[in-house]
Design a protein around this ligand. Structure first.
Ligand code: GAR
Length: 199
């Protein structure tokens, strides 16, 4: 049976990318084909190389150039794209070609704390400032508008008054580690072989 081929895009620490690579290692139906990063020095690079997965590094200009990432994904017969802390806007040609095949994890309960400029620690600082009593993660499909694609799942955690943005970040990372690969696996299962894009 043809394996579902996944590309992971990441720009930072890479804890989600690493978790995903470990979760799907030697998987019968899913293969992580490559990890793409737009930040050469990001820790995700080392985590990818350590795990023997192909690392592709590109510049922000290349990410923004229509056809560049699309061509890359087509040449590798990619079926699904996972955004794991990828901090660059996804080009529209890729979104159109991979409709309902690009999945992002966002570190808040969307629609709260989403949109331009809301990523990583900025989100947790905003959550703290707003005196929220809970936060969480949203796993969603990617559309042309930042953080507005169809939601797949949300997971919650409570916030104590004494929680710093760093503690909130830690709680969010735990949720991501626990649920993100599992949700991806579930989404992929919904597509049988005939639904897989044959590029
Ligand atoms: C994750 O918390 C992810 O939710 C967030 O960046 C972090 C990356 O951590 N994504 C966004 O903020 C996207 N708007 P990681 O590099 O350790 O996986």
């Amino acid at each position: 049976m043809k394996k579902v081929r996944i590309a992971i895009f990441a720009s930072g620490t890479g804890s989600n990318a690493a978790n995903m690579m470990d979760y799907f290692k030697n998987n019968d139906t899913v293969k992580i084909e490559f990890v793409l990063t737009n930040k050469q020095d990001a820790p995700v690079s080392e985590k990818t190389i350590e795990r023997g997965v192909q690392l592709i590094t590109c510049s922000n200009q290349e990410v923004d150039k229509l056809g560049f990432i699309l061509g890359l994904c087509e040449s590798k017969n990619i079926d699904f794209i996972i955004l794991a802390g990828f901090l660059r806007k996804i080009p529209t040609d890729l979104i159109q070609r991979f409709k309902n095949k690009i999945i992002n994890v966002h570190p808040s309960l969307l629609p709260k704390f989403g949109g331009v400029g809301m990523y990583g620690m900025h989100v947790h600082e905003a959550v703290k400032k707003a005196y929220e009593t809970e936060s969480g993660i949203t796993i969603h499909y990617v559309s042309e508008n930042f953080d507005e694609g169809q939601r797949i799942a949300q997971f919650f955690t409570s916030i104590q008054k004494s929680d710093t943005p760093q503690i909130i970040q830690h709680k969010i990372h735990l949720l991501e580690q626990m649920y993100f690969p599992f949700v991806i696996e579930n989404e992929i299962k919904k597509f049988n072989e005939s639904d897989i894009i044959n590029l």
